[in-house]
Design a protein around this ligand. Structure first.
Ligand SMILES: C[S@@+](CC[C@H](N)C(=O)[O-])C[C@H]1O[C@@H](n2cnc3c(N)ncnc32)[C@H](O)[C@@H]1O
Ligand SMILES: [Zn+2]
Length: 356
């Protein structure tokens, strides 16, 4: 499968550190091996870098008082101080990993002019998906060795063994990819966060093991739970998976390119679900299928956009799909390492076939 130009949908060809469009002359950067196929790559790269710095500041803010002078001043209990120091050090290590993943992006930055008019604060998240936000939680939840969440979600979402091209939109840390890849000829992972795409690519495509610390200051069962080292790894390297940094609303593939288009837990994080379903309709071939899994956890109302389940189903049917499955299951998603409360939410999985 070759990627298509976002501007004119012609096939792209690899040229040095870019994907080039013969038809319209546009070049799309490839950074750290990842094609960056978003509308405004310069804005994207700068936003990602700047957001990472913001998130770093936020992550370290709680530990600021652990510095020596502050400690003397506020007289922290030495027992507490030990926990706080361990957490601060682990956070520092984690950001060292983030900085290493971001290194290729930062090296590329000088070649892309930063335009302040497209980098309004409110745009940063929209431009870079989860960006570094939630990266550790996502990766840990997806891949930590003592959890079978990845497998559960994959089983709940999985396609049914018919081979072909599967497109996973908002692929995150990559837990679905590794599970569905053996059933497919090819899997294309579309993810807007450079960091998540980088980590997912390393684990899934290269079989890498990523070391991260899990830091749980507010949710611990025992002192030993506060900071634990996690070696994140998939089950096996998958050679038929390819990652691209792209917006799920404008995917760099031709119409009808996929047999399966899967949006797992993406519908609930995009601002307008209809645009996502529009794009899924464009991408799936006639007779192909889409899978949408989403959460309905109304009590946790700051997390997802409100749609009722029947509205989602009606929306899918109105796009020319025939409903094949709508099933509910309990989801383990919010029992994430960072969660302070255990929500038991309901996950809806919808499978629909493009009828025309
Ligand atoms: C809740 S996570 C789900 C991840 C994965 N599908 C899973 O089930 O583990 C949502 C993911 O969508 C990504 N995302 C958010 N907006 C996006 C967009 N417009 N295009 C592509 N990915 C997006 C986020 O960066 C995040 O990785
Ligand atoms: Zn073009």
């Amino acid at each position: 499968m070759t990627f298509a130009c976002l501007a004119c949908r012609s096939a792209l060809a690899k040229r040095d550190d870019a994907l080039a469009c013969e038809a319209c002359g546009r070049r799309w950067p490839v950074v750290g091996g990842l094609p960056i196929l978003v509308a405004d790559p310069a804005a994207y790269l700068h936003a990602t870098s700047e957001r990472a710095e913001d998130k770093k500041r936020v992550a370290f803010a709680p530990y600021a008082f652990a510095g020596a002078t502050a400690v003397e001043r506020i007289d922290v209990d030495p027992t507490q101080l030990a926990s706080i120091t361990a957490a601060a050090q682990a956070t520092q290590e984690n950001f060292r990993a983030v900085d290493a993943w971001l290194a290729p992006l930062r090296e590329a930055l000088p070649r892309f002019e930063r335009r302040s008019d497209v980098l309004a604060e409110a745009d940063l998240d929209r431009l870079c998906g989860y960006g570094p936000f939630g990266t550790f939680d996502h990766l840990l939840r997806d891949w930590r060795s003592d959890s079978d969440d990845a497998e559960k979600i994959a089983r709940a979402t999985a396609i049914d063994g018919r081979a072909g091209v599967a497109l996973v939109l908002g692929s995150g840390g990559g837990r679905l990819l590794t599970e569905i890849a053996p059933q497919c000829n090819e899997v294309i992972a579309v993810e807007l966060s450079y960091l998540l795409a980088t980590a997912s690519r390393a684990i899934v495509e290269e079989g890498a093991v990523i070391d991260l610390f899990e830091v749980r200051m507010r949710s611990v069962k025992a002192i030993a739970d506060r900071v634990t080292r996690q070696a994140l790894k998939g089950r096996a390297r998958r050679e038929n998976v390819r990652h691209v940094v792209a917006d799920a609303h404008a995917v760099p593939l031709k119409d009808g390119a996929a047999d399966w288009v899967i949006a797992a837990f993406l519908f609930d994080v995009v601002p307008d679900g209809r645009r996502l379903i529009d794009e899924m309709r464009r991408l799936v071939r006639a007779g192909g299928r889409i899978v949408v899994t989403t959460l309905f956890g109304y009590e946790n109302d700051d997390l997802w956009t409100y749609y009722a389940p029947e509205q989602l189903i009606a929306m899918i049917e109105a796009h020319g799909f025939t409903l094949e499955e709508a099933t509910w299951s309990e989801h383990p998603l919010l029992a994430s390492p960072g969660a302070t409360r255990r929500y038991v939410g309901q996950m809806l999985k919808v499978v629909a076939r493009r009828s025309m």
